[in-house]
Design a protein around this ligand. Sequence first.
Ligand SMILES: Nc1ncnc2c1ncn2[C@@H]1O[C@H](COP(=O)(O)OP(=O)(O)OP(=O)(O)O)[C@@H](O)[C@H]1O
Ligand SMILES: [Mg+2]
Length: 381
Amino acid sequence: MSKETKLFIIGEENGLYNTVKEALAEFELVFIEAQNYLAELKRHEPQIAIVLKNGFESPVDLIHSLIKEFPAVSILFIHDLQDFQLLRDVTRAGAMDYLVIPDEINVLTDRVQSLAAQTRTKSEAAVSAGSFKRGRGQVLAFYSGKGGSGKTFLSTAFAQTLKLESTAQVIYIDLNLQYGGAETFLGIDSNRSLIDLKPVIHEINEHHIRNVSEKEGFSKLEILISPKDAELAESVDEEYITRLLRACRRSYDFIIVDIPSAMDERSYAVLTEADRIFYVMNLNTPSIKVLKHVEELFQRLGIVTEDRLEIILNETGKENELSKKDIERFVKYPVRAEVRRDLKGVQAAVNQGKPVRKEPKEKKLIPAAKDVQKWVVSMLK
Ligand SMILES: Nc1ncnc2c1ncn2[C@@H]1O[C@H](COP(=O)(O)OP(=O)(O)OP(=O)(O)O)[C@@H](O)[C@H]1O
Ligand SMILES: [Mg+2]
């Protein structure tokens, strides 16, 4: 059994490492220098990591980043002294176990065996839930610095269209934590929300997500609705969102996320994690000004826009202050799609509480839905 689970040992090549290496000779070991561990580990998908006390990085920080990067990893921490405060801190950071070497050298292999066994059960459970290695889904974030620009309308129509026009597995995540919004456009009324994933967020898999998500009736698009209660919403933090998105990546092909205009740690988490950011804007000068502010903010926060941020022009039409050409002159990002102003069609759908898409290959689409369809189809090519 030992050779089938790779153990990643993160530390430095010193006496502690040599002792551990010898004791674990029956396992397949991969040594990772603590100085540059993230870059090294990204080439693997570690399931078990043994973190050694080292002179490069504090164990708590190291464990934090490991879990952030690899939510499924099981971590054993090894120190050379008994230190109860540190033990508490690394456990809180997410280490499953803690040993003092050489004092506890004789239980080391036992502990590693049991970690490996737990890891196997976890991946078997994931396989039976159909969530194992479905590949890497794409996170598509809808954002705008300006409220009311059409993020929620466009993201819901986009997700529904993507679901209807392809065989892709699609999930929609509504992050407008205080008020929601997607339900209005998708005609959904539900008590469930993504906060229901809280008890399982540390081991979250496809099965949990499917249990909590709602299905839009026409397209069968899966939706995770935002909690309504601001107080509950507070416990959904950056780490929660990162874990959720990474779990979704493992089980879905596309993860569409609607982010509110106000920047908070949740929006930040999505914008950092996203493969593409669809920035929604209207054809007027305030929209351009807001985009400039957003650019500055992103730069300060370290959110990369190059090759990620694409402009979606919403409510296009003759009566606008600016044209697409003007936008292209002032804005360096590519314009990926244009969606017409469609007061009649969009309003009627909202008033009826019905989504704009009802079936594949639909004939009578409202103009705005046609534009979204064109955009989705061009993206799938
Ligand atoms: N292409 C369009 N044609 C006509 N009406 C539209 C169009 N796009 C959006 N709307 C309308 O504009 C309003 C704002 O849209 P939406 O709620 O999607 O914006 P938002 O950016 O999500 O707003 P918020 O910042 O409040 O979340 C809605 O009433 C919607 O019906
Ligand atoms: Mg909205």
